[in-house]
Design a binder for this molecule. Structure first.
Ligand code: EPZ
Length: 429
């Protein structure tokens, strides 16, 4: 199993190209199930989760081709992939596939909308919490689906098709918003979704669906209105930049010091997280092609954050920000409100010398003057990358095990860091 070895102490200087967003690419790919025409997605990141979803979609009958050859120098610019679901050959998403990636559960929306039936395995628990699917069930029922649970599967049916309705999410859910927006696009009449997720990835999906002929307004706000249409066509859409990758490298620079331009990204995708970074002492400026992060000399100030749905501080940056706070000049608090078990990085950061105590959903981090390298591992993607960030300043050598977590969501991580002067190496075994 591959490991990543980091020798801490180098500042980061240079340019990092930001990839297309994993969490936008996944629902966009799933949207290909809604039409028998070709959906072309540009800027698709090369990630294990994307490859896994390609396999899952293939099981339903989606063909795909990747455009052109890419020069090695251009490998970071994202791929263009054409997805065609001419015929849906199977409306079942089996446990073996869904259990590997929770987002694959989202096929339930397009399958139900286009085929009027779907049998999708319940995704089960995962490392960051129980993650139920009650909102998906309730929302699809509001659109007229009947839903049964049979042997670990959700069996959904909508004889005669889905019918538009008004549905208020009792809790903000990114996935359930994606699914209901896709399902309602092919429902009869108007659907109004209230308390919808406002994440940029939701607006990106709506933009793509509209290019396919859907009639969606309000995506990116908490009220989304969808006027159902009878069929959707193909389209061409560019995946938006990955705000979590952006924030992760921004925090890495704030941690290690230096001056890095994050190319191809946008600061408006981050908002609260950038405010926290500025409060911590980093300088963040917009450039014509992205964003520039600098921290030179000054210490890291302690900053309290609370994770929240967009535009709040993203849970997907919580672990990385905690890594940064381990080196602050005082005491900070981080409260996780989205997932009940997203603090697994705490004990691993402690192995590097961090002083963190947990009380329910709040972590208290007492900054320390030095971290010392050690072997560490993590059980999810963002937790793993927080250990890489800590390793960038830890004295000596840090080895991050279970690199497959990083490969699920960070394209060419070690290459991007090395290009900016970090001493990072992948060790294959
Ligand atoms: C998306 O997950 C992201 N995944 C997650 O990123 C991200 O952490 C999360 O949104 C929150 O921003 C993708 O986009 C592929 P939710 P999702 O439904 O949609 C509860 C990463 O590292 N809930 O918004 O699954 C749920 O348990 C990943 O890239 C219900 O109670 O998250 C959680 O507490 C990890 N019932 C909260 O809502 C439901 O039916 C928000 O979850 C659905 C969700």
């Amino acid at each position: 199993m591959d490991r990543i070895r980091i020798r801490g102490g180098n500042a980061l200087n240079g340019t990092i190209p930001i990839s297309g967003a994993k969490n936008a690419a996944l629902p966009l790919m799933i949207a290909a199930l809604l039409t028998d025409d070709t959906l072309t997605l540009e800027n698709v990141p090369h990630l294990a989760d994307v490859e896994q979803l390609i396999r899952i979609l293939g099981n339903h009958g989606v063909d795909y081709t990747v455009s052109g050859k890419r020069l090695a120098t251009n490998a970071g610019s994202g791929r263009t992939i054409h997805f065609t679901a001419r015929t849906i050959v199977d409306t079942t998403a089996p446990y073996e596939l869904v259990s590997k990636m929770r987002a694959s559960f989202w096929v339930i929306g397009p399958l139900l909308a286009r085929m009027h039936k779907a049998r999708v395995s319940l995704p089960g628990g995962c490392a960051i919490g129980t993650r139920p699917v009650d909102l998906f069930i309730e929302g699809l029922q509001a659109l007229g689906a009947t839903i049964d649970i049979d042997a670990g599967y959700i069996v959904a049916e909508a004889k005669g098709g889905l019918v538009g309705n008004r549905y208020t999410f009792p809790k903000v859910s990114v996935g359930a918003t994606h699914v209901l927006m896709m399902a309602a696009s092919l429902a009869k009449g108007e659907t109004v979704l209230e308390n919808a997720a406002r994440e940029p990835e939701v607006a990106d999906l709506a933009q793509c669906l509209n290019a396919m002929g859907a009639r969606i307004t309000g995506a990116g706000t908490s009220t989304i209105t969808i006027e159902g249409v009878t069929a959707l066509s193909g389209a061409r859409h560019r995946v938006l930049p990955d705000r979590i990758e952006t924030g992760t490298y921004a925090m890495a620079v704030a941690m290690a010091g230096g001056d890095v331009t994050l190319e191809g990204t946008r600061s408006d995708l981050l908002q609260t997280a950038l405010t926290a970074l500025r409060d911590a002492g980093a300088s963040v400026t917009d450039t014509p092609h992205g964003m520039r992060i600098q921290r030179n000399g000054n210490g890291i100030r302690p900053v309290d954050v609370v994770t929240d749905p967009f535009p709040g501080f993203p849970t997907d940056l919580q672990a990385q920000f905690m890594a940064l706070m381990t080196r602050s000049d005082g005491v900070s608090h981080i409260t996780e409100t989205i997932f009940e078990n997203r603090f697994m990085h705490v004990q691993e950061l402690a192995r590097l010398g961090a002083k963190i105590s947990l009380s329910g959903q709040m972590a208290r981090i007492e900054g320390v003057p030095r971290l010392v390298g050690a072997p560490v591992m993590a059980t999810d993607l963002r937790a793993s990358v927080s250990l890489v960030i800590a390793g960038l300043v830890a004295e000596g050598e840090t080895t991050v095990n279970r690199v497959y977590h990083l490969d699920r969501g960070f394209e060419r991580l070690e290459e991007k860091l090395v290009a900016c002067g970090a001493d990072v190496e992948r060790i294959s075994s």
